[in-house]
Design a protein around this ligand. Structure first.
Ligand code: GLC
Length: 442
């Protein structure tokens, strides 16, 4: 749903641009070292040394129903789960590898558990699938590979057949799209042509990255579309599909297509604390205000937010993650009307300083998010004659307004803008982290 024309894409995106808010889940062997999901390559851990995490993978407290309930209560409408991350470990019972969850002490197919539980809570299902695979025998060592400084491993590149790896991806994606019912999103990650990196690597690897030709991306996408024509596919195979995915950035303008200039469908992905996988010692947890702003700001620029949780190796959201989800839960319970089915407001309504505006896609309502609580009067230029009613969203209490400047403003009219409306705001902020004013337009 959108009041704007966006670039047409092959997938069914109507539900997606309505729902706006999803949960990303990064879970894998890296949850055990608990120091970033790239730990294997950051620390150049060998395959053998990484094996201990496979042998000890046993999230005994995992209750996918509890994850799903937290997501639903936080107002999230879909989930994107890492079925396989760069380490190559599969959270599903694939017939094409032994490096999978059903061969660990845990023994059960986590993808199945998550799909069933989230569906039962009414959420849509997305699969993250890593194009990068540091475990697969035909995946060549390149500049970001954990073996990039091991000459004997680099020498093995000659014997590898990348086409077999591309076939493996098609086979696995086929499993994922046939064994778990209707899947709504496929989230590939990621291409790095040229292999630019901060890492040190053996000189013969220079320039070695991977991109669409390595993934045989055309065929991969064709395979997906044959199985699920309307699925939403992201842009990280290097082939444009339905979704643009800015990562850990705060988007300040609706992204447009580089050639046609049309607005595109987009989803920001963000973390609570910088790492995607569970990170025990990370201290950069975002404040409640920032968490809410990330969501509101995405919608105010026509996009979605995919907010990540990295469960602990015992399979639960730790107290910091629970607290962060609680921020969304408390706010969304009363304010979700400014998010679902909303988009960027008509540019004719400029947001006053310290606010972000969204608008319902049928254009009948504006939602003014008060990031900095204004003192008593809020001036909205351009709205005179257009408002039918205004209220706080959280308690539906009336917000009175007038179109004539209150006496205190008489000498300031020059700085106020055209056709202003003066909203009369209570002196003290209601007990809502970011209060929202709902404006019914005539
Ligand atoms: C990055 C990282 C990865 C994470 C992803 C999420 O591309 O490689 O660890 O899964 O972002 O967007």
């Amino acid at each position: 749903m959108s009041a704007y024309t966006v670039k047409k894409t092959p997938g069914d995106t109507a539900w997606f641009t309505h729902d706006r808010f999803g949960m990303f889940i990064h879970f894998g062997l890296y949850s055990l070292p608990a120091r970033h999901e790239w730990v294997r390559t950051r620390e150049e851990i060998s395959e053998q040394d990484y094996r201990k995490y496979f042998d000890h993978f046993n999230p005994d407290l995992l209750d996918a129903g509890a994850w799903a309930k937290s997501a639903r209560e936080a107002g999230m409408k879909y989930v994107v789960l890492t079925t396989k991350h760069h380490e190559g470990f599969c959270l599903f019972d694939s017939q094409y590898t032994d490096y999978k969850v059903t061969n660990t002490p845990y023994g059960k197919d986590i993808v199945r558990e998550v799909v069933d539980a989230f569906r039962a809570e009414g959420l849509r299902i997305g699969f993250y699938y890593s194009l990068i695979d540091w475990h697969h025998p035909d995946f060549t060592v390149d500049t970001i590979h954990p073996d990039r400084n091991r000459p004997e491993k680099v020498a093995e590149n000659k014997k590898k057949d990348p086409r077999r790896y591309a076939q493996y991806m098609r086979d696995q994606v086929t499993e994922l799209l046939t064994n778990y019912g209707d899947i709504d999103i496929l989230w590939f990650d990621f291409s790095y042509p040229g292999g630019k990196t901060r890492y040190q690597y053996l000189p013969e690897l220079h320039g070695m990255g991977k991109g669409k030709d390595d993934w045989e991306a055309e065929e991969l996408i064709a395979t997906v579309r044959r199985l699920r024509p309307g699925i939403i596919i992201n842009d990280r195979t290097e082939i444009e599909q339905d979704l643009v995915t800015p990562e850990q950035v705060q988007v300040t303008q609706w992204p447009t297509h580089p050639v046609t200039g049309e607005k595109v469908i987009w989803e920001a992905c963000q973390t609570f604390s910088g790492s995607w996988g569970y990170h025990r010692e990370e201290t950069s947890w975002k404040s409640p205000e920032v968490l809410l702003r990330l969501l509101i700001q995405s919608v105010a620029h026509g996009g979605n937010l995919l907010m990540n949780v990295g469960p602990t190796a015992r399979g639960i959201f730790d107290s910091r993650a629970e607290k962060a989800l609680g921020v969304y839960r408390d706010w969304m319970k009363l304010n979700s009307r400014s998010i679902y089915g909303c988009t960027m407001a008509d540019p004719a309504f400029s947001a006053p300083e310290g606010t972000l505006i969204t608008q319902s896609a049928d254009e009948s309502r504006l939602y003014l998010h008060l990031l900095q609580y204004p003192y008593k009067t809020l001036i909205l230029p351009g709205l005179a004659g257009k408002i039918a009613y205004a209220q706080f969203l959280h308690d539906a209490s009336e917000i009175r307004y007038q179109e004539e400047a209150p006496s205190a403003y008489h000498n300031l009219t020059d700085s106020i803008g055209e056709k202003p409306v003066f909203l009369s705001i209570p002196e003290h902020q209601p007990d809502i982290l970011i209060p929202v004013i709902e404006i019914f337009l005539k």
